[in-house]
Design a protein around this ligand. Structure first.
Ligand code: GRG
Length: 302
């Protein structure tokens, strides 16, 4: 079944992505300037300005815009989302977690600066994210407190940290689908969800609209991970010349391993369609960036 026809024909998604990422990069550069002690600031800026896709800031800015808010009111939350995403990647790459030596084609933070500085750079980025929201957001005190509470829950032990803990503890085991979904929702979806929710809050959106974009964020976040699982299988089978079936037998819990590739593809499609359907009450031109982001997440090939 074809996705609902909610795309605006003359919306140039590529252009939107490039222009928005550039604005976010400028804001991030200014948000964390070089300072004494140089080592930790260099380490922070190395990862923060290292060329991520800026999906979370874009979600925050696009949600605020769709709901009638100014871009400048959402920029501090948008930057905070990227700071949190970056700190989670720095910590995730460390030897006590995934022990990765490359990220975005460059040496990981701890490889370049050492475990001690990488750990502290991550901690400092988390602190920066809350300070930045509190100091820089030109919204009402009530909205700012709601944003801080939302972000706090998203990163804590029933958010990102919880997702990472269950993921680590499930390593090498075949977990049931509901555990896998819990990991995906908490490790990935909650931050995408918090990005659109904070954008909506500072725009002064109604509670109903905040919940609508929350559900959109949850759907695209889970879709992101299901697609990741699918790409894991299809790309490794292409690269290694193996049959997909061989990969599906592995002990790693993924959507394709638990449900098969076809069913996983159907789930990703359903999540994408449901996400876009949630945006239908909003003006077609205003929702176009969020529709584009949902489609980008669904149809990406790497
Ligand atoms: C939040 C306090 C706190 C600690 C961190 C390590 C950890 C706890 C959580 C790990 C979370 C993690 C690494 C989730 C995966 C997130 C994900 C989908 C990464 C890829 O995102 P992209 O594709 O990456 O947006 P780019 O490189 O474009 O930024």
């Amino acid at each position: 079944q074809a996705p609902p026809a909610v795309q605006v024909d003359d919306f140039d998604f590529q252009k939107y992505v490039m222009a928005t990422a550039e604005k976010v990069n400028v804001a991030l550069d200014a948000a964390v300037p070089m300072a004494y002690p140089e080592t930790v600031h260099e380490s922070i800026r190395y990862s923060l300005l290292a060329g991520g896709k800026r999906v979370r800031p874009m979600l925050c800015l696009a949600s605020c815009d769709m709901l009638g808010g100014e871009e400048s009111v959402a920029m501090p939350s948008a930057c905070a989302m990227e700071m949190i995403h970056t700190m989670s990647l720095i910590h995730d790459d460390m030897p006590c977690m995934d022990n990765d030596s490359l990220r975005r084609g460059q040496p990981t933070n701890h490889v370049k600066y050492g475990d001690d500085i990488a750990l502290l750079a991550g901690d400092a980025l988390l602190a920066y994210s809350f300070e930045h929201i509190a100091r820089e957001t030109k919204a009402t005190p009530e909205q700012i407190v709601r944003v801080i509470a939302e972000v706090g829950r998203a990163v804590g032990s029933i958010g990102l940290v919880g997702g990472q803990v269950v993921d680590i503890k499930s390593e090498g085991k075949k977990v049931p689908l509901e555990t896998l979904e819990w990991i995906h929702v908490h490790k990935t979806a909650v931050l995408l969800e918090a990005s659109v929710v904070t954008g909506a809050i500072v725009a002064g959106a109604s509670d109903d609209d905040v919940e609508r974009v929350r559900q959109y964020g949850r759907n695209i976040g889970l879709c992101f991970q299901v697609v990741d699982d699918i790409l894991d299988v299809t790309q490794s089978s292409e690269t290694l010349g193996k049959t997909a079936g061989k990969d599906l037998d592995s002990e790693k819990s993924t959507y394709p391993a638990l449900l098969g590739l076809d069913e996983s593809r159907k789930i990703a499609q359903r999540l994408n369609e449901e996400a876009k359907a949630l945006l239908e009450p909003f003006d077609a031109e205003k929702r176009a960036p969020l529709v584009g982001l949902a489609d980008y997440i669904y149809s990406r090939t790497n």
